[in-house]
Design a protein around this ligand. Sequence first.
Ligand code: FAD
Length: 467
Amino acid sequence: NPQIVWLRRDLRMKDQPALHAAAEAGPIVPVYVLDDERPKQEGADRCFGGAHRWWLHQSLQSLSKSFGARNGSLVLRRGDSVSVLASIADDTGAEAVHANRHYEPWWREAEEELKEALPDGCELVLHDGNYLMPPGTATTGSGDPYKIYTPFSKAMLDLFPPRDELPEPETISQPSDMPESDDLSEWDLLPTKPDWAGGFREFWQVGEDAAWDRLDWWKDHIDDYEDDRNLPSEDGSSKMSPHLHWGEISPVSIWHAFKDKRSQGWKTYEKELIWRDYAQNIIMQFPRYPSESYRDYDENKLWRHPERGHLIAEDLERWQKGMTGYPIVDAGMRQLWQTGWMHNRVRMITASFLIKHLLIDWRHGELWFWDCLVDGDYASNGTNWQWVAGTGVDSNMFPRIMAPLSQSEKFNAADYIRQYVPELAELSDEDIHDPPDEKRGDYPEKIISHKEARQRALDAYNDMKDS
Ligand code: FAD
C-alpha cells in the first residue's frame, strides 16, 4: 500500500529515515506542502522570509530532479499541511505517512493534529532524522533534559556514536496514479522586481549534491578550522548551515564522514554540531524561547522603548542597513543582506551591538536575522540571540560588552570590510577598523561612541537590577 513521505526541512535522499522507512514498506508518495498558515500560530513573523523562500525554491527544484532521475516524482502542494496530507492519504489509500520529527511548536502541533485527521487505516509514523541524537536523549542524572550547553555537550559525547547512516533508497517505486502536483514556478518563491538575489546566486550552490560537494571541500579544510573559524576574511568555516537547516545533508552523515579524524579542528567542529542539537533541546523544553526571554526580570527597564520617548526606529534601520559607522558591524549586516548568511564571529558582534550599544530589545534582531538568513533557524537563531542578550538559560552575558573595533582588529577583518563596505576599500589595514574622520568620505559617523554606549548599557543594566 502507498506510503506518504511528508517532507519539511529534510530535503534529501541520503540518510533520510522517513524516506528510507517508507521506501522499504511500499510505493511512495513524497509530498512537500508550502504551508504559510501553520507558522502563523507563532505570529505572522514566523512565515518564511524572503531568504528562506529563495533557498526553498532551489532546494525543491533539486530534490524534484533527484526523484525524476529515479523515475519518480515529488508532489508539491500549497495549503494547510494537515488537510492536504489527510486528503492525499484518502485519495491514494495510503497506509502510513512517514515524517522526520521537527520541533518548531507549529510542527509539533501539526503532527498531533495529523494523527487525528488521517483516514482510518492510515497512521503517522515519526522518525528521528535531523539531529545527531533525538532531542531529549541526553539527560541529567535525574532524567531531565539539559538546559546548559557544557554538560549537554559532555553527555552527548559520552553517548556517541550517533545512529548509523542510512543508504538512499536504491529504487523508488510509486503508485501508478500519483496525486497532482503544483508547478513550483507558480509559487513565486523567487524575487522578481527588484531581484535582490544576485549576491545569493553568486554565494551559494543549493541542494543535496551541492551540500555533498561542500562537504568534500570541507574535508580538505577542517584541520584548519581551529585557527581560521574566527577570521571573517577567511573561508574558514564549513558554510554547511543552510544545507543542515534545510536537511539537504544530515549531521549524522557529516559525523560519519569525519569520525576517524583526530584533529583539533574536527573536535571543535563536532562541538559546533552539538550546539545545533542543543538548540533543538532548548525549544523542545521551551517552545516559545525564540520570542520570550527566559530570565525573569523587568526588561522594560533595560531596552530603549518608543513608549518611553526613545527613538529606536532610526537606530534599528541603520543597524539593519549596515550604516552604523562601525565597519565590522556594517560589513556583517551588509553581508547578511547580500548573501543571506553572516560569519559566526560577526553574528556575535552585530547582535551584541544591537543589544548593548543600541540597547534595542533582542527580539528585533532575532526577527531581522530570521527574515534575512538562508539558514534562519527557529531554534539556533533564538538560542543564540538569548545567549548574547543574557536573557536565556545560560549565565548572564549582558555585562560582557564586546568592543567592535578591537574585535575587528583582533580577528583581522580588514579584507572582509573591504569586500562588504567598498567605500572603505582603499583604507590601510591600520585605518580600516576605525577610520579617522578625514578618511571617512561618505561613510557614516559612528551612531554612538563605544565609550558612551558601554556606559549607557551598564547603567541601564544596573538600574534594572537595583529596581
Ligand atoms: P561552522 O562553524 O562550520 O559550524 C558547523 C555547523 O554547526 C553549522 O553549520 C551549524 O549548523 C552548527 N553551528 C555552529 N555554531 C552554532 C551555534 N552557535 N548554534 C547552533 N548551531 C551552530 N545558526 C543557524 O544555523 N541558524 C541561525 O539562524 C543562526 N542564528 C544565529 C544568530 C546569532 C546571533 C548567532 C551569534 C549565531 C547564530 N547561528 C545560527 C550560529 C552560527 O553563527 C551559524 O551556525 C554559523 O555561522 C554557520 O556557519 P557555518 O556553517 O560555516 O558554521
